[in-house]
Design a protein around this ligand. Sequence first.
Ligand code: AVI
Length: 331
Amino acid sequence: MHRAPHSRRYAWIEENRDARRDSFAQAVEDGLGSEPFSLPCRFFYDAEGSRLFEAICELPEYYLTRAEHEILTRHADEIAARCPTPLFLAELGSGSATKTRRLIEAFLRHQGSLRYVPVDISQSMLDESAQSLLADYHDLEITAIASEYGDGLRHLGKDTRLPKLIAWLGSNIGNFARPDAHHFVAGIRDAMSADDRLLLGVDLRKDERALELAYDDAQGVTARFNKNLLARINRELGGSFNLADWTHRARVVDDGGRVEIGLVCGRSCVVSIAALGRSFRFARGDFIHTEDSTKYSEREIAELAAAASLRIDARWLDRGQRFCVALLAPR
Ligand code: AVI
C-alpha cells in the first residue's frame, strides 16, 4: 500500500500493473490479428481518453450523466437511509467521481464520516479526483484501488470490517455484452455479504434517434474518444495508424438495445506496430469494433438482479425516464 505524501487521509493500492500493461499489447495483437477486427473498450481510458470521456459527459447530446446526476441529487438521502450504516462506499469505475459527490454528502450527513474506496483503471484520474474530494470533505478518507474491475472486486470482497455499498454507476454495465453483464453482476454478488448493497446506474432502452445523437455528437468529441484508441497504439506500442484514414461509426442495433461503435477504414493501408514486430493490412470499408453500449428495459434490470440472487430494494428514474438507478440487496 502506498501513501501520497500530502495527505494522511489518502492511500492507494495498485493491483497487477504489469498484467495491465502487457494485456494492451496482447489485446491489440488478438483483436487486429484476424477478422472481425476489434479492440476492447477498456483501453479507451488512458489520460487522454479519460479527459475526452469527461468532455463527452458534458455534451448536450450525452444525456446519461445528467439524468443519473438528477436521480442521485434527488434521492441520495433516501439511498443512504435505506442502507445499513455505518458503511464504506466503494465505486467501480469511479472516473472523476463527480456524480459520487451527492452520495458522499448524503453518507456524511447520515454517519458523520466515511471511507470511500474508488476502483479505476486510470491512476491519474484516481489521484486527481481524490485530491479534489479530500479538499472538499474533511471527514472523508480515501483508499483508491488502481486496477481492472476483477482485481478491484477481489480486493473489496476481502474488506469485511464494515458493510459496504458498491456503486457501479454511469451505465458502465452497458459496455459488457449481456451475458458478460450477468456474469459480472453475479461476481459482484459473490463479493457481497448479507448487509452489503449494490447501487447500479443503467441507461434504459429508448428512441433510436436519441441514442444515435448521444454516441455521434455534433462536435465530434465521441469520434476523438474512439480514435484515441488508435492514437494510443501509436503512442504506446509504436504504431503507424494514420488517424485521418479512419471514421467513427455508431449504429443503433438490436431494436434499440445496443449501440455498436467502431472505426471504419477509408483507405486501404498497412499499419506497423513496433512493439508487436508485425504489420496489419486493412482494406477500405474494414471495420474495427471498439465498443458496445447496451441498453436495458426495467424488466431486463429485474431479470439481471434475480439471476444474480439479488433483489431490487428500490429504483428511481429521472424525469425524462431515460435512466434508472437501482438499489440491490442480497436475497
Ligand atoms: C462509459 N460508458 C458507460 C460510456 C457509454 O455510454 O457506453 C462510454 C461511451 N462511449 C461513447 N460515449 C460514451
